[in-house]
Design a binder for this molecule. Structure first.
Ligand SMILES: [Zn+2]
Length: 174
């Protein structure tokens, strides 16, 4: 996002607290942070109704994760997602939802594809109305854990998300 895009987003009223905190931090850290998302090597593709924007590695990883998610009950959460985009804020946020765009840090999309698939579902639940409150995050992480179980993700990953779902904190990381 450009600084102007960040400011415009901050002026809108659909941001949840987590999105707002993230954007404010983003604006504070460095005015041109995020430029890499618009630079050389960038491309776009689609998967079903979802536009994917990032470099080739991001697009390949995202299509793979969406294909995994499509085989689970979590696919329904993608109804509210129009776009998935790479970001690199350097902040420990993992993923975020901005309007109907889900953004993911390299720590998520370069990692385990099943976890990335479940993170897409997490942001999809936010897109369906769950805010950044404890209850909102509980709803997101409950679906996220279910997706991980359906994908037979490794036990440690499932346990990690189930622990957070049982005791959610606002402004979670990932
Ligand atoms: Zn969340």
């Amino acid at each position: 996002m450009t600084p102007d895009e960040i400011r415009a987003a901050l002026e809108s009223n659909w941001l949840d607290r987590r999105d707002r905190a993230r954007l404010e931090a983003l604006l504070a850290v460095q005015p041109d942070h995020g430029r890499s998302a618009h630079g050389a090597g960038q491309a776009a593709d689609t998967f079903e109704h979802i536009r994917i924007e990032g470099d080739r590695g991001f697009i390949a990883a995202t299509k793979r994760a969406l294909a995994l998610l499509r085989g689970t009950s979590g696919w329904a959460t993608m109804r509210g997602i129009a776009r998935v985009r790479a970001c690199d804020t350097g902040l420990p946020v993992g993923g975020a939802l901005i309007g109907n765009t889900a953004e993911f840090e390299p720590s998520v999309w370069r990692g385990d594809a099943k976890f990335y698939a479940s993170s897409l579902a997490h942001e999809g639940v936010h897109a369906a109305g769950a805010d950044g409150s404890r209850d909102g995050e509980r709803a997101c992480m409950t679906v996220q854990a279910r997706v991980l179980r359906e994908l037979r993700a490794d036990r440690a990953t499932i346990d990690h998300i189930e622990r957070h779902a049982a005791n959610p904190t606002p402004f979670h990381t990932g």
